[in-house]
Design a protein around this ligand. Structure first.
Ligand SMILES: Nc1ncnc2c1ncn2[C@@H]1O[C@H](COP(=O)(O)OP(=O)(O)OP(=O)(O)O)[C@@H](O)[C@H]1O
Ligand SMILES: Nc1nc2c(ncn2[C@@H]2O[C@H](COP(=O)(O)O)[C@@H](O)[C@H]2O)c(=O)[nH]1
Length: 188
């Protein structure tokens, strides 16, 4: 079991593997955990709230954030929208003693590996490719075309799991959350 003294934890893995589900569960289990809110140029899904799910910004605003050095990392994800991690809030969270979680894609994880090598990089893997597809389709938030695109990206991402410090299989939400808490170093 890998256990870390890092203050920043990157959580990456294919779309639909359950990253968001696990991160939500982590926040329920510990007040020490702070989750970065990304900025994105994609449109909100029904029920998503600006400033809670994401900061939903225009292309122009995203350009401004990148050009002024306010993004810790950013990437075009699934060939469509841009997503990025605002730098300031991460620095403030760490300075205040919180554990900062960044739920980001593979390209973003690679950038953080360069700019914040002290961060622990965690890859969330599915129990099987079939289960990944079942979860992605079952979530029902993407069109069939978008799902195909995400499954294509997933194949590339699954080949990159060896780049990560640790791989956690999301077979069960409870078990995977327990493993994540142990890696993060939060005892219950
Ligand atoms: N261990 C699990 N077993 C069964 N279903 C799960 C499990 N974890 C998550 N799910 C379900 O899988 C679907 C995808 O989960 P989630 O939205 O958290 O994925 P994600 O990795 O954050 O996706 P994206 O990167 O597209 O935002 C959801 O319907 C969620 O309820
Ligand atoms: N590089 C970054 N990737 C990010 C960031 N925030 C989210 N993401 C990744 O985008 C996909 C798609 O998310 P969705 O909400 O449209 O389903 C997901 O896999 C995230 O990991 C970010 O700030 N930087």
């Amino acid at each position: 079991m890998v256990e870390s003294r890092s203050k920043i934890f990157v959580i990456a893995g294919p779309s639909g593997v359950g990253k968001g589900t696990l991160v939500t569960e982590l926040t329920k289990r510990s007040d020490a955990i702070w989750v970065s809110i990304s900025a994105t140029t994609r449109a909100p899904r029904p029920g998503e709230i600006d400033g809670v799910s994401y900061f939903f910004v225009s292309d122009e605003e995203f350009d401004r954030l990148v050009d002024s050095g306010q993004m810790l990392e950013w990437a075009i994800v699934h060939g469509s929208a841009r997503y990025g991690t605002p730098r300031g809030p991460v620095e403030e969270a760490v300075a205040s003693g919180k554990i900062a979680i960044l739920e980001i894609d593979l390209a973003g994880a690679r950038q953080v590996r360069q700019s914040a090598p002290e961060a622990t990089q965690i890859f969330i893997a599915p129990p099987s490719s079939e289960e990944l597809e079942r979860r992605l389709r079952g979530r029902g938030t993407e069109t069939p075309e978008q799902i195909e695109r995400r499954l294509q990206t997933a194949r590339v991402e699954l080949e990159a799991e060896g780049e990560f410090d640790v791989v956690v299989v999301n077979d069960s939400v409870n078990r995977a959350t327990d493993e994540l808490l142990q890696i993060i170093g939060i005892s219950r």
